[in-house]
Design a protein around this ligand. Sequence first.
Ligand code: NAG
Ligand code: NAG
Ligand code: NAG
Ligand code: NAG
Ligand code: NAG
Ligand code: NAG
Ligand code: NAG
Length: 209
Amino acid sequence: MAPYLTILALFTTISAASAATGYKNHTVGGTAGWFFNSTTNTSATNYSSWASTQTFNLGDYLIFNTNSNQSVILTYNKTAYLNCTPDDSDNDTSIYSSLPDGFSKPLTISVPLTIVGLNYFFSDYSEGVQCQRGLAFQIQVQRGIGLPPSLNQPPPPAYIEPPGPNSAESPSVTVPETPNSGAFANRADVCVVIYGLGVALVLLKSQYW
Ligand SMILES: *[C@@H]1O[C@H](CO)[C@@H](O)[C@H](O)[C@H]1NC(C)=O
Ligand SMILES: *[C@@H]1O[C@H](CO)[C@@H](O)[C@H](O)[C@H]1NC(C)=O
Ligand SMILES: *[C@@H]1O[C@H](CO)[C@@H](O)[C@H](O)[C@H]1NC(C)=O
Ligand SMILES: *[C@@H]1O[C@H](CO)[C@@H](O)[C@H](O)[C@H]1NC(C)=O
Ligand SMILES: *[C@@H]1O[C@H](CO)[C@@H](O)[C@H](O)[C@H]1NC(C)=O
Ligand SMILES: *[C@@H]1O[C@H](CO)[C@@H](O)[C@H](O)[C@H]1NC(C)=O
Ligand SMILES: *[C@@H]1O[C@H](CO)[C@@H](O)[C@H](O)[C@H]1NC(C)=O
């Protein structure tokens, strides 16, 4: 009985751990989505209240179910958030919008969380009125298990000089197709062999002459 309980406890621990390590997608506003009603001048729900029910980690996504009447601005600049205006010169701000496509087009906007700390979201449409009247929230992003490789941009690969015309002009440095297959791999080997032949000749000479 005791071993059985131990195994059960272990299994429970493992499944709890794997549930806690996955990345999550958070549907912003739940079923209300990301909407502003310009007749009533109100947002579809209280996004601050919604955010307070969630735990956000690196690598999670925010899913905005919306239409082209709202925009999604992500900024790490609190001033831009409080002003409800994205600063174009500000590299801390990302703009997700589709204004040229016209109004009321259904949209799903997925935003990955890639920076720990305060992340601010708002819509800047209607000259900031949407944002001022509730289409805005802030979240605290935690490290969690860190970014997945797909969101963790690797540095560009080291530059490798492509084979130029010079390589064709020096056929004496030929690389054998299968190294160590008996062919001379490089000039040093050839020198050793030539030196060896010379020594052998000297030995032969001293023996017979
Ligand atoms: C979460 O959203 C991203 C981006 O839209 C998507 O690639 C991924 O499959 C989603 N993951 C889950 C578990 O729904
Ligand atoms: C905005 O609110 C009004 C009044 O509640 C409602 O009649 C209208 O359908 C709403 N508009 C949208 C786009 O949800
Ligand atoms: C909506 O609210 C803003 C202030 O936040 C106000 O300037 C505007 O006139 C209001 N619009 C309507 C349709 O009530
Ligand atoms: C939204 O909810 C927060 C608490 O989560 C509250 O402080 C705030 O006043 C609410 N905003 C509105 C417009 O009701
Ligand atoms: C934040 O945005 C404001 C304007 O919205 C700008 O003046 C300020 O320089 C920005 N701060 C940083 C650190 O980019
Ligand atoms: C924004 O630009 C400043 C100054 O060029 C730089 O120090 C900072 O790392 C940049 N931030 C991001 C998020 O790229
Ligand atoms: C979108 O905005 C346009 C222009 O303001 C308005 O006519 C339309 O009713 C809005 N649609 C929705 C779904 O809010």
